[in-house]
Design a protein around this ligand. Structure first.
Ligand SMILES: [Zn+2]
Length: 249
């Protein structure tokens, strides 16, 4: 965690959010990964070490939160989280990081994902909807470039639910590290989100190692700016607040 903070400081990033995976499906590779006591100790140590230099926010990325409402409430109520990311990594009983998921036709792969994701977008316990079209990360290898247009009819209501729940939409740059070479989601979906009443957006590099901290955040910020948003979103104890977009470099 401390290495991640140093990497953020080296890149001139003023605020970092940590969000380990919290997954409740026993077959998930991150099942039982999160160790609350050790994690909070590390976080508090970093907050002391980098006080005045870096703002450090406490978050968690919950996989499939719609399937485990009781465990999710307990996790949220027992800790001083700044933000909760709700993500979907499983559709039915298939992990979307498994090649098997892509045995289905392209339209079905995306439709099935968005259909289940819509249940996450309706949760009022989630602060941020994570990497909302992540299926394209590996879908790219099977079907080519992801074009959201054919899915507009299901995506707009999903984005409206996200906006109505007061959720922020994350622009995640992990997909820029892959052949797909665009953030998740891209500007078309971001624009629809704004048109459907979306107000809050976050940018994240989804870094699993220090060298990826802040990866291509400038590109994510340009996407946000290009569709007319004027602010990014910070969270403090689950409440969102606006952060002006950095001046154009
Ligand atoms: Zn994720």
């Amino acid at each position: 965690m401390s290495e991640m903070c140093r990497a953020a400081l080296a890149k001139g990033i003023p605020e970092i959010g940590f969000s380990d995976h919290f997954d409740l499906i026993p077959e998930d590779p991150c099942y039982a990964f999160f160790k609350a006591d050790a994690w909070w100790q590390d976080l508090e140590r970093c907050r002391e070490e980098y006080a005045g230099a870096l703002r450090i926010k406490a978050g968690i990325e919950i996989g499939e939160p719609h399937r485990f409402p009781e465990a999710v409430s307990e996790l949220i109520n027992n800790h001083a989280w700044d933000f909760i990311i709700g993500s979907l990594h499983w559709v039915g009983d298939t992990l979307v990081f498994d090649q098997d998921y892509y045995l289905r036709p392209q339209q079905q792969a995306y439709r099935d994902y968005f259909q289940e994701l819509h249940q996450v977008a309706r949760l009022n316990t989630v602060s941020i909807l994570g990497h909302m079209d992540i299926v394209k990360r590996y879908g790219f290898d099977h079907y080519g470039r992801f074009d959201p247009k054919p899915y507009e009819r299901e995506l707009r209501p999903l984005l409206r639910s996200c906006a109505d729940s007061g959720m922020a939409l994350e622009v995640n740059t992990s997909t820029l590290r892959r052949p797909v070479k665009e953030p998740s989601p891209n500007t078309t979906i971001l624009r629809w989100f704004r048109e459907e009443g979306g107000h809050w957006v976050t940018v994240g590099s989804d870094a699993h190692q220090p060298e990826d901290v802040g990866f291509e955040l400038e590109k994510a910020i340009e996407c946000v700016r290009s569709v007319g948003f004027e602010t990014l979103t910070g969270f403090e104890r689950l409440s969102p607040y606006p952060i002006p977009l950095p001046a154009k470099s």
